[in-house]
Design a protein around this ligand. Structure first.
Ligand code: MLT
Length: 263
């Protein structure tokens, strides 16, 4: 793991391979280990960088953040690493941050990946659920959130037949600090709805979704695909919300094809 001071905090990141830089942003309440199979595979042909976002994994937290401020951190990290133009892809919350980044820093991008994510903001019911989850983490800590999230993060067959993977995801959730979880929940609750922005996203865009994604189902990915002019959609078979971990071969094939043919 590497470390870099970014906007006044230490950001940890994995950085493997050489070539076109591809930056991968994890979801909530996870960290860069989400991308372990993409780092291992794609780094033979690309420079793959997977940061732990501020407050997550081994990065230092403290203080508030928003999808926009996380995007500012990604921009500062990319500058510090002298990436030049790069491809930015994010899963779920990482996708919210990717869309915030696309709005702020489009000239730095070669391409975009939106994985198991959505452009809409939270509904009023969704916002109430965020507030309940903030209460839950206050009362039961990260374990309470892990209990709540696990069945939604993974496809039922992953949970039933791949206990080691389910345990690894549970550990990631439990290792995320309660403070970061509460801050992330508030930041996601208050995030900007990006649906109106989608037609102006002109970079080549790859949308990936697990066919059993319970949090951001395929219909949501399809509506992003219809709204983003230069986009393609790949549905991953046998995956829930964490397609890169659940079906890495299919996800890597989709990413390789996108990176090799479209950019
Ligand atoms: C994530 O996977 O990043 C979160 O589930 C996204 C969300 O709760 O909106």
């Amino acid at each position: 793991m590497n470390r870099q001071i970014v906007n006044g905090t230490y950001i940890s990141y994995q950085d493997q391979g050489r070539g076109l830089p591809v930056v991968l942003l994890h979801g909530y309440p996870l960290d860069s280990r989400l991308w372990q199979y993409q780092l291992a595979d794609l780094s033979s042909d690309f420079r793959v960088i997977a940061p732990d976002l501020r407050g997550f994994g081994q990065s230092v937290g403290g203080g508030e953040f928003s999808m926009e401020s996380q995007a500012d951190d990604v921009h500062a990290l990319a500058n510090a690493l002298e990436l030049g133009k790069f491809v930015l892809a994010g899963l779920s919350m990482g996708g919210y941050i990717t869309l915030a980044y696309c709005r702020k820093y489009p000239s730095t991008l070669r391409g975009v990946g939106l994985i198991d994510t959505r452009a809409e903001g939270d509904t009023s019911e969704g916002k109430k659920n965020r507030d309940k989850a903030i209460e839950l983490v206050g009362q039961k800590g990260s374990k309470g959130i892990a209990d709540q999230m696990l069945p939604k993060l993974l496809a039922p067959e992953t949970i039933n037949h791949r206990p080691q993977l389910a345990t690894a995801v549970r550990q990631m959730c439990e290792q995320c600090s309660p403070q970061t979880i509460a801050t992330a929940l508030a930041a996601m609750r208050d995030r900007v709805d990006q649906t109106e922005f989608l037609p102006s996203l002109t970079e080549p865009t790859l949308i990936i979704v697990g066919d059993q994604d319970a949090i951001t189902p395929p219909a949501i990915a399809d509506s992003m695909h219809k709204a983003i002019p230069n986009s393609q959609l790949v549905v991953i078979r046998g995956a829930g919300h964490l397609a890169p971990l659940e079906q890495p071969q299919q996800v890597n094939r989709a990413l390789r094809s996108f990176l090799g043919n479209n950019l």
